[in-house]
Ligand binder design. Structure first.
Ligand code: ARG
Length: 586
């Protein structure tokens, strides 16, 4: 279906044209005075200059042409030259009936030219537990992925594991110290390595911080870790077998955690997958004259004349010839282009890495790794802070592990459910998980990604206000009325509104397409949140002043129920795009 603003605009364009005014002045927006009208056009003010007429005169002429149009119940000129419009109730009802008839997409059309998009999100580091810093990337990336997919793009999500570098050498060094007898350390061993990993995930997670701590105090230890990293990266077989164990154990654990978050990846590639592409990439950068030696390191200049801040050269190799985070990200682009050739790549990463990505993107474009017609986007997100305004910590002051954070929210939800509860323990636990996830995800996504926000467990889990649980309550309310009515589907159209609150709800539903389109185009899930909050409010207003099930007129009642179904479906589709679900009861 054509977006409602577009449909209105087409009529207003006709009005302007009929009066001999350029259609560029016929822009229509949502009213910024909803108490006066639903939509407005401010074009008469802009046209005044060109036509040397008073704006109000222009507005009056146009309004006269639009007066008979059945689309509007009101169309009037207001000083100094606004055109204020209300849609007729018949038109609004027709529009929402059209949405309801489209039971999969509710009138939202796919984009005309779908793109192939890769999303780089999650970005966990192997052997280190997921922490809340990784939470935002996973939540935001998942929503961007689902939204783009719904709009028709072909989307490939890649977790881009941090599985290369010193952390591996550290783990190997510590393991060697603890269990020197393991065959992985015997250089003369040439048999098969055991398939059973020599550690569990808990051991692994304890080994890394321990090793990392030691390396900061003990030079020789650090040397050993660097050496092990070097040997691993240069083909030492025992170490590579250990690396596979580390990866397997870690990835199994990561998948379990992402499953809890309802986040899934199409690709589980990591930094290590990029390594084979580095030598040729570097050689080509040198041959093409882009890379040069500066203070021993190999760099590519990426500054541009219009820069207002300094953008330092992109470092490709360190002076000892070792590769860096940059090198890996560039080589990752090499295989992404070769194997998938996407139209764009979206990186959902902490905004503190923005300058870094500016350098890497420019370098990729300049050296031709990524062709000029492709798009590279950086979606940088802010920090999740505690109530003290500092990055979120545990009560003990450590980094809060994702699992514990989720558990804390679930427990809180469970407490609330039990307080007002009639549910069995088993149902209560399941419901607490579903609602808890909505609290965490909505609490995050309802903020513009680039902003920092405060993780406030009491606010996020509250059923009142702009929260996930509030949205879920609204959906559950729709479901329970429909269940009481005992109807699965209803034929016929939604009738013109019977009250102000019903008109408000219908009008809010008409804005679904615009909200989704702009969330998609701007890669901004918070726009979906803002929309469903308004929709939930409009629904609850309607619910509070309408006797739905007790309505005596059968046609009116059927229309109410149909409106309820559409509201439920639009809310459910929206939360699915945000990455969570609604329970049956709450
Ligand atoms: N592993 C990185 C970190 O924990 C994030 C990776 C982001 N993606 C990328 N292509 N660099 O900071």
């Amino acid at each position: 279906m054509k977006e409602i603003l577009q449909q209105i605009k087409e009529e207003v364009v006709k009005g302007f044209a009929a009066c001999g005014f350029d259609e560029k002045y016929a822009m229509v927006t949502l009213s910024n005075r909803p108490d006066l009208c639903q939509f407005q056009c401010n074009g008469a003010m802009a046209a005044a200059k060109e036509y040397k007429k008073a704006p109000i005169a222009i507005a009056n002429e146009v309004v006269e042409k639009l007066a008979e149009n059945a689309m509007f119940s009101k169309c009037e000129a207001c000083p100094p030259g606004f055109i204020n419009m209300n849609l007729s109730d018949e038109f609004i009802a027709g529009f929402v009936s059209g949405m309801a008839a489209d039971t999969e997409r509710f009138g939202v059309e796919k984009v005309a030219t779908p793109k192939k998009v890769m999303i780089d999100y999650g970005g966990p580091n192997v052997a280190k537990p997921l922490h809340v810093g990784h939470l935002r990337s996973a939540i935001i990336g998942e929503s961007i992925k689902r939204t783009a997919r719904f709009m028709g793009d072909e989307v490939i999500g890649d977790v881009h594991l941090g599985d290369w570098g010193l952390q591996m050498g550290l783990i190997i060094t510590e393991l060697k110290l603890r269990k020197p007898e393991l065959v992985y350390f015997d250089e003369n061993y040439d048999g098969e390595y055991p398939t059973e990993p020599p550690f569990t995930i808990s051991e692994l997670e304890e080994i890394y911080p321990c090793a990392s701590g030691k390396s900061k105090e003990d030079e020789a230890y650090k040397e050993a870790a660097l050496r092990a990293t070097y040997e691993l990266q240069h083909g030492r077989k025992g170490y590579q077998a250990l690396l596979s164990h580390i990866l397997n154990v870690s990835v199994t654990d990561l998948k379990r955690n992402y499953e809890k978050l309802d986040v899934t990846f199409d690709l589980w590639k990591g930094e290590s997958d990029a390594q084979p592409y580095i030598p040729d990439m570097v050689q080509k950068m040198k041959d093409d004259g882009f890379a040069y030696i500066s203070e021993g390191a190999l760099v590519v200049d990426v500054k541009e004349e219009t820069d207002t801040k300094e953008v330092p050269p992109c470092m490709i190799l360190k002076s000892d010839g070792a590769s860096l985070y940059n090198t890996t990200d560039l080589a990752t682009m090499v295989w992404r282009m070769k194997d998938y050739n996407p139209d764009s790549i979206i990186y959902v990463v902490d905004k503190r890495q923005e300058l870094y990505f500016t350098q890497v993107f420019r370098c990729a474009k300049k050296t031709g790794i990524v062709p000029a017609d492709k798009n590279l986007y950086f979606v940088g997100f802010g920090t999740m802070n505690g109530k003290d305004g500092k990055p979120f910590k545990t009560r003990q002051g450590g980094v809060m592990r994702l699992e514990y954070l989720l558990k804390e929210v679930e427990d809180k939800m469970l407490e609330k459910i039990k307080e007002n509860g009639t549910m069995s323990d088993e149902d209560a636990i399941k419901t607490a998980q579903i609602v808890g996830l909505s609290a965490v995800k909505y609490g995050d996504l309802s903020n513009q990604a680039s902003k920092d926000y405060i993780f406030d467990i009491d606010r996020f889990t509250s059923a009142e206000g702009n929260t996930g649980p509030y949205i879920l309550y609204t959906i559950v309310r729709c479901k329970s009325i429909l269940a009481k009515a005992g109807v699965e589907s209803i034929d016929g159209a939604i009738l013109p509104a019977h009250s102000d609150s019903e008109r408000g709800l219908q009008l809010e539903l008409t804005k679904f397409m615009a909200a989704l389109t702009s969330a998609y185009e701007d890669m901004a899930p918070h726009k979906i949140c803002a929309y469903i909050y308004d929709l939930a409010n409009a629904f609850n207003r309607f619910y509070h002043d309408t006797k739905i099930l007790a309505e005596e007129d059968e046609a009116t009642k059927a229309s109410y129920l149909k409106l309820l179904m559409l509201t439920r479906s639009v809310l459910e589709k929206s939360i699915d795009l945000l990455g969570f679900k609604a329970p049956e009861r709450m």
